[in-house]
Design a protein around this ligand. Structure first.
Ligand SMILES: Nc1ncnc2c1ncn2[C@@H]1O[C@H](COP(=O)(O)OP(=O)(O)OP(=O)(O)O)[C@@H](O)[C@H]1O
Ligand SMILES: [Mg+2]
Length: 563
C-alpha cells in the first residue's frame, strides 16, 4: 500500500499522523512520532479506535457524528490525548477528509502543546520574578523604550518622585518626564539624559531635588541581542549618605582648622623664640663689643700709665741735664772768653813756652774746637728741649682716666697727637695742616686725642706710596669738626659698612686689631658727636669727626654717614 520512502517520511514528520476509518473509527495507520509520544506499541495502536486516544468529551461527540456520516473537517483544535501510562497530553489537531480509490478516510495531524505551555509558564515565572525584583530593590527604576516612551517603572520610583496620581492614571509620558525634570535643579541635564536613549554609554549623575533630597541617577542601555531597545534609569536617594559625608567633611575641616590654628600657635611661639634668640644674639654681640672696647680702653690706659711712668722717670734726668747743659753753655762761654784773654798775652811769652802752647793748640785744633763746642752745646740744648716736649706730650696723652669734662683746644690736641705719631708718618706722608682756629670745646681732650691718633695711623696705613694727609678743622655756631683726609687706597663699597665693627680689619694678622675705629666711634658717641666717612677706591678717604661745642644739652649722635 505504501512504499518504504513514504513510510520514512511519515515516521520523521514531527506531527503525530493518523489515518482513521470513518465507519469503524479504527486507526488504520499511525506514524512513529505518534507511537513514540503516546507510548503504545505500533500493533497495539493499530487495534485502537481513535476515541480510545482522543477521550475529551467534545472529541467523543465529534467522532460519533463522523460515524453517523458527518465528516467535518477540523483546523487546529485543542484537545487531549491519552497516553499509555494514563497521562493526558495537551495537543492541537487538524482533521481532513481524504479519498482514495472510492474510499473515504480521515487524516488526523496532531501536535503536542505541552512544551509551549512550559515555555509560557517559564516566561510568566521569569516575568513575575523580574517584577518582584523590580519592586524589592531599594532603587527607583524607570525604563524608557527606544521611542522615548515610558515602558515601565517600579512603585518606589513613583513614590520617591511623588508623581501625581492623574499623570500615572493617564500614563501621560511627556507630562511625567517634564514633572521629573522640573523637580530637580539639574533640569536641563535630566532632560538630556531622558532624551539620549539610543546611546551605548552608561551615565552616573547627582540630581538635587528641589525639596532638598539628593538622588543618584544611573542609566544604562537595554539591549535585545545587539540592538538597543531602550534605557533603564536607576534612582537612589543618597541624601543621608551625602549629609553624612558633608558632616564628615565638616568635621574633617574643623579638625584641619584646629590643626592649622595649633600650627599657627606653634609657629608664633617659634617666632617669638627666634626673636628672643636674635635679641639675645644682639645682646651678646653688644656685650662683646662693650667688652672689647673696655679691653681696648684698658689697653690704652695701661699703655698710658706706662708712658706716664716712663715720662715721669725721664722727666727728672732730662730736667737736670737740661739745666746742667744751660750752665755748661754759660761756663764754656766764660772759659772761651778767658782763653781769648790769655791769648792776648802770648806775644810776651818766652819762646819755649809759646812753642809748647802752639803745639797743644795745633794738636787740639783750637780753631775748630772753638766754633764746634758752642754748636754742640746749642744742638744738645735743642735736643734736650725736644726730649722735654715729647715727655710732656706723652704725659698729656697718657692722661686717659681723667673724668672731668674740660674746655680744650682741639687744634693743640691735634698738634700734640701729630708729634706722638710723627715717627709713623714722617716717611710716608706729607702732613698738611689746614686749621681754621676753632673755639675750645667742652670734652675729654685726651680721649679725643686717641680718636685723632687712630685716624692718623689709619690714614698713614692707607698710603701705599708716599702721599698726603690733610688735617682740617672748622666750625659753625654749635659744633666743630676735625677732618683727616688721605690720598690712600680708599675703602671698597662692600667693606664700608663694617669698618666700625669691633675686630673688623683688612690688615694682616698681627698688624691690626680692628678696634681703632670701633673705639673711636664709641668715644665720639660719648661726646654726642658723629663720624662721617667719604671714600673712593684709589683716590683716598676722608674721616670727619663732628662734635658739639657744648656737651650739656647736646643733641644725641646720629649714625655714621658713609659715602
Ligand atoms: N683711611 C683709611 N683708608 C682705607 N681703609 C681704612 C681707613 N681707615 C680704616 N680703614 C679700614 O677699616 C678697617 C678698620 O679700621 P680700624 O682702625 O678699626 O682697625 P685696623 O686699623 O685694621 O686695626 P687697629 O685696631 O690697629 O686700628 C681697616 O682694617 C681698614 O680696612
Ligand atoms: Mg686702625
Amino acid at each position: 500500500m505504501m512504499n518504504d520512502f513514504t513510510r520514512l517520511m511519515l515516521d520523521h514528520c514531527p506531527e503525530m499522523l493518523f489515518l482513521v476509518n470513518p465507519v469503524s473509527l479504527k486507526i488504520e495507520i499511525a506514524n512513529a512520532t505518534a507511537v513514540k509520544i503516546l507510548g503504545y506499541d505500533a500493533e497495539e495502536l493499530l487495534g485502537f479506535t481513535i476515541t480510545e486516544v482522543e477521550s475529551a468529551l467534545p472529541d467523543v461527540f465529534y467522532w460519533d457524528e463522523v460515524r453517523n456520516g458527518q465528516y467535518l473537517e477540523v483546523e487546529d483544535q485543542e484537545s487531549q490525548y491519552r497516553r499509555r501510562n494514563g497521562d493526558l497530553l495537551d495537543v492541537r489537531k487538524s482533521i481532513q477528509l481524504v479519498e482514495h480509490g472510492g474510499v473515504s478516510m480521515l487524516f488526523v495531524r496532531t501536535v503536542t502543546t505541552q512544551s509551549e505551555h512550559i515555555a509560557q509558564d517559564a516566561l510568566a515565572s521569569t516575568l513575575s520574578q523580574l517584577r518582584a525584583t523590580l519592586e524589592s530593590t531599594s532603587n527607583g527604576i524607570l525604563v524608557i523604550d527606544w521611542r522615548g516612551k515610558i515602558d515601565s517603572m517600579n512603585r518606589l520610583f513613583g513614590k520617591m518622585w511623588a508623581i501625581p496620581e492623574d499623570y500615572m492614571y493617564w500614563q501621560d509620558d511627556a507630562k511625567i518626564m517634564e514633572f521629573l525634570a522640573l523637580n530637580v535643579q539639574e533640569s536641563e541635564l535630566f532632560r538630556d539624559r531622558l532624551r539620549a536613549i539610543v546611546d551605548t554609554s552608561e551615565t552616573l549623575d547627582l540630581l538635587h531635588h528641589i525639596d532638598g533630597r539628593v538622588f543618584e541617577m544611573s542609566s544604562r542601555p537595554q539591549y535585545l541581542a545587539v540592538q538597543i531597545i531602550g534605557r533603564v534609569f536607576g534612582f537612589q536617594d543618597v541624601t543621608l549618605h551625602i549629609q553624612a559625608e558633608l558632616a564628615l567633611r565638616e568635621a574633617r575641616d574643623r579638625l584641619e582648622e584646629g590643626v592649622l590654628a595649633r600650627t599657627a600657635d606653634l609657629y608664633a611661639v617659634n617666632e617669638t623664640l627666634k626673636q628672643e634668640k636674635e635679641s639675645q644674639a644682639t645682646l651678646i654681640k653688644k656685650l662683646e663689643e662693650t667688652q672689647n672696647q673696655l679691653l681696648q680702653s684698658e689697653r690704652m690706659a695701661s699703655i698710658g700709665q706706662l708712658a706716664a711712668g716712663v715720662a715721669h722717670e725721664i722727666n727728672n734726668p732730662v730736667g737736670f741735664v737740661n739745666s746742667n747743659l744751660g750752665s755748661l753753655q754759660r761756663y764754656v762761654t766764660d772759659l772761651l772768653h778767658l782763653l781769648s784773654t790769655y791769648e792776648q798775652t802770648e806775644e810776651s811769652m818766652a819762646g819755649p813756652v809759646l812753642q809748647a802752647i802752639r803745639q797743644v793748640k795745633e794738636d787740639i785744633d783750637i780753631v775748630f774746637l772753638r766754633t764746634d763746642v758752642t754748636q754742640l752745646l746749642a744742638e744738645s740744648l735743642d735736643g734736650i728741649k725736644r726730649v722735654t716736649r715729647i715727655v710732656q706730650d706723652l704725659k698729656s696723652f697718657s692722661h686717659v682716666d681723667e673724668a672731668e669734662l674740660q674746655w680744650a683746644d682741639l687744634e693743640a690736641g691735634l698738634e700734640s697727637t701729630l708729634r706722638v705719631v710723627w715717627n709713623e708718618l714722617k716717611y710716608k706722608a706729607e702732613v698738611v695742616k689746614e686749621f681754621a682756629g676753632i673755639v675750645r670745646i667742652e670734652c675729654f681732650p685726651f680721649q679725643l686725642n686717641q680718636v685723632f691718633m687712630n685716624l692718623l695711623i689709619n690714614a698713614s696705613h692707607a698710603l701705599e706710596t708716599r702721599g698726603t694727609i690733610t688735617v682740617r678743622t672748622g666750625q659753625d655756631e654749635t659744633q666743630v669738626w676735625v677732618e683727616v683726609a688721605d690720598t690712600g687706597k680708599g675703602i671698597p663699597r662692600h667693606v664700608l659698612p663694617r669698618i666700625f665693627d669691633p675686630f673688623f680689619t683688612t690688615k694682616p694678622v698681627g698688624q691690626g686689631t680692628g678696634l681703632g675705629l670701633s673705639l673711636s666711634y664709641a668715644i665720639v658717641q660719648k661726646h654726642h658727636g658723629r663720624i662721617d666717612v667719604q671714600s673712593e677706591v684709589g683716590k683716598g678717604s676722608t674721616f670727619r669727626v663732628t662734635l658739639p661745642i657744648r656737651e650739656s644739652g647736646a643733641p644725641a649722635a646720629g649714625a655714621p654717614q658713609m659715602a
